[in-house]
Design a protein around this ligand. Sequence first.
Ligand SMILES: C[S@@+](CC[C@H](N)C(=O)[O-])C[C@H]1O[C@@H](n2cnc3c(N)ncnc32)[C@H](O)[C@@H]1O
Length: 317
Amino acid sequence: MPLGNALLELTASSEQILFEEAQEFEAFLNYLWESYSFDFTGYKRPSLMRRVQQRMEVIAIASYSDYINYLKKSPEEATLLFESLPVNCTAFFRDQQVWDEIATEIIPQIIANKSSDELIKVWSAGCATGEEAYTLAILLIEALGIEQFKQRVKIYATDASQEAIYQARQGSYSRNQVVGIPPGLLAKYFEQIDQRYSFRQDLRRRIIFAQSNLLQDAPISKVDLLVCRNTLIYFNLEGQLRALVRLHFGLRDSGFLVLGRSESPTATTGSALFSPVNQQQRIFTRVPKACTPKLFLKAFHQQKYKLPTQGIYSVAS
Ligand SMILES: C[S@@+](CC[C@H](N)C(=O)[O-])C[C@H]1O[C@@H](n2cnc3c(N)ncnc32)[C@H](O)[C@@H]1O
């Protein structure tokens, strides 16, 4: 067979294998949804597949159908799988410039637009082990003072991972984990016990940690400042839309949304839901009633917004 034809056949057969694997993986995701009500369909496929396969390698299982049988026989495996899927990496004051902008521009605006006894509602969505929520608490205390903070601020911090939320609630970090906190703030807000640093308990009470899924659960409402950083990147286009619609619902009209450095709502939803306040720092504000989320999702499902049909299953992510 001429080399060109052989190559074409090889490409066609590897595409066929890729297609079959993708179908098996979708059936596997359906099984997770039907058996555990956990919806991974909104996640980018290549990285999700890689993580499931890593878990399968650990227990020496080669196919998704064998893995389903294993899950049926070993109930504890579902927890191990779910906890291994999301990436929990985070840090205090991660990307310093954004936090400078939040401290000098955003928080002062939120305070200025409220009367002195009004509640300030903050939401850290995809908070991982809590560093982002405690960073927000520190900046708000610096702006308001401890007494006002205790009386007026509520920080909701949510994540899909139960284990991450458990650690976040403890508020206890190693020396390595607190390196990003300026020494003055570390001394002011953390108690050092042996080699661990614990966020002050009296202040921790204003932070409510809860397990919650951005793709499935009801959002917090009437939020003034919503920080959802480095979480949308794990979602595919439909997942991003579903999450952004929830974030839009969660914000009050003048509220601010802060995303991660490589994330943008406008790339997915145009200017329908959010408009930029500081594009470079990924800070946006809610577009009030410009296009209701319901209408927006309807337009999406009527194919006015098209899902990419190529590359979803490509090996690189
Ligand atoms: C890379 S961490 C980001 C942590 C923090 N926001 C930051 O930027 O440092 C991504 C977090 O998103 C969470 N996550 C992934 N899928 C989620 C979902 N569907 N709902 C809520 N949280 C989710 C993961 O558990 C993980 O803790």
